[in-house]
Ligand binder design. Structure first.
Ligand SMILES: *Cc1c(COP(=O)(O)O)cnc(C)c1O
Length: 455
């Protein structure tokens, strides 16, 4: 136990070597909690991305959040750019969300029967979204995507789907599939426990490659139910696609009687209220939402035209249900958050703030000739330790560059800045990140880059 504590302390690496930097933050309490958690949960966590496997030290156990700040169990304060992996576009513990949630929970937590709150959130979304006419609330992004795929299959009567290498769509069986060998082949399961038969229905293609998509459609004519893509791929670096390519996907799916699914679990309500669909001016057939839609509570949704949604039970034959779907407390959080996002100039301000933040860091890094490039769109950013001017596919990311991120992450924690514990993760700026805190974060980032490139 003591050894484990020592190892975990101060961001030492797996071998227990002192990482070499003085001014390490205290991490004893988190390390202690982690030791306990390991007795209860696989890897000590309830979602593997939290496990700090790709960075130094053990996970920080969080005590509370407020605005752009997080506090861990040892009392360390951080400016948070992970923002619960995206949902917290207004920052932590927003007073309006807290108030609405508190008022709602006083009336009971769940009824398993419809409430007016579901109508209210649906209205708020549908009134201001040109791309969907009806929706269905679920409890996670995974569920939203899983249901969207079922809808696409049910509607088209086809089984195969196309997904892209470098896009994450949650952990349902059909989507835990990675590229096989060869350009247009069936995928291989990327998790134990996924039947090969499922992987056989999923084609995994490289992003930004029209030829691959054309070949897939010509080899599997009339068999492809849908093409699914993240609004902007942001789960494996930030792989910004050219608008022409997205329009190409729209055209080729339409031509072939397949559906286009935009997985907007990150980009929905992030790039703008109408997400990536409006950003590209593309009308997908089905859109999935999650993260921001629930204001920090577990909510997902999928939406489409009234005709398509008519296929969902009880109107149609595609079954999908949920005991806690449309949960009143979760709806309340969503309503409070999305109402704030409707205020005029919200996205303009947020995106501009992010752009300036990112540009200042890039200027600093470029002036020092550091091999680092920041990719960003809206209020999403990604640090790539590369000199490539663009990165559009998963294969273009150099895994060796992740070593640099590891150091960067440790140095940032020691300077009070919290980023996701993997170099493949993007960061988010929230409305709660004010000028003063962004200035502080910038300075911490400059110093941390200096440490990364010290040799
Ligand atoms: C987070 C995410 C999911 C999965 O959502 P969960 O709520 O974690 O199940 C699906 N798709 C995308 C694009 C995501 O970013």
């Amino acid at each position: 136990m003591l050894d484990a504590l020592k190892k975990a302390f101060a961001g030492n690496d797996e071998n227990g070597n002192i990482a070499g930097k003085k001014g390490e933050i205290p991490r004893e309490k988190s390390a202690e909690l982690y030791e306990k958690a390991k007795q209860y949960f696989p890897g000590g966590v309830n979602s593997p991305v939290r496990a700090f496997k790709s960075v130094y030290g053990t996970p920080l156990f969080i005590e509370r959040g407020d605005g752009c700040f997080l506090w861990d169990a040892d009392g360390n304060q951080f400016i948070d750019f992970c923002c619960s992996w995206g949902p917290l576009i207004l920052g932590h513990n927003h007073p309006k969300i807290r108030e609405k949630v508190t008022k709602t929970l006083e009336k009971g937590l769940s009824f398993g029967a419809p409430t007016a709150l579901e109508n209210e959130l649906a209205e708020l979304i549908l009134k201001h979204n040109r791309y969907i006419e009806k929706l269905r609330f679920v409890s996670s992004g995974t569920e939203a995507v899983m249901s969207a795929i079922r809808l696409a299959r049910g509607y088209t009567g086809r089984d195969k789907i196309i997904k892209f290498d470098g896009c994450y769509h949650g952990h349902s069986d059909s989507l835990l599939v990675k590229a096989g060998s060869g350009l247009v082949t069936f995928g291989e399961t990327s998790s134990a426990g996924v039947p090969k038969a499922f992987a056989d229905e999923t084609l995994v293609l490289p992003l930004a490659d029209r030829q691959a998509v054309e070949t897939a459609f010509s080899e599997f004519t009339d068999q492809i139910a849908a093409v699914i893509i993240e609004g902007i791929p942001a789960n494996n670096g930030l792989l910004i696609q050219e608008p022409d390519y997205i329009h190409f996907l729209r055209d080729i799916t339409r031509k072939n009687g397949s559906l286009l699914i935009f997985d907007e679990v990150i980009t929905g309500f992030r790039l703008g209220f109408e997400g990536a669909a409006a950003y590209y001016d593309v009308h997908p057939d089905i859109i999935t939402y999650g993260k921001i839609i629930g204001g920090g509570m577990p909510v997902g949704a999928y939406g489409a035209s009234a005709e398509l949604m008519g296929c969902i039970s009880p109107d149609g034959g595609v079954y999908q249900a949920g005991t806690l779907s449309g949960n009143p407390v979760a709806m309340a959080a969503g309503i409070a958050q999305l109402s704030e996002l409707r205020s005029s100039g919200f996205y303009k301000g947020l995106n501009q703030k992010t752009e300036e933040f990112v540009a200042a860091i890039q200027r600093y890094a470029s002036a020092k000739n550091y091999k680092v490039k920041l990719f960003s769109v809206g209020s999403i950013f990604w640090f790539a330790f590369t000199s490539q001017p663009t990165i559009r596919k998963a294969d273009d990311i150099d895994p060796a560059s992740m070593e640099l991120y590891k150091t960067f992450h440790r140095e940032l924690l020691n300077r009070g800045v919290y980023l996701g514990p993997s170099g493949y993760e993007v960061g988010f700026v929230s409305a709660a990140h004010d000028k003063t805190q962004l200035e502080k974060a910038k300075r911490a980032i400059f110093e941390s880059l200096d440490e990364v490139f010290r040799h």
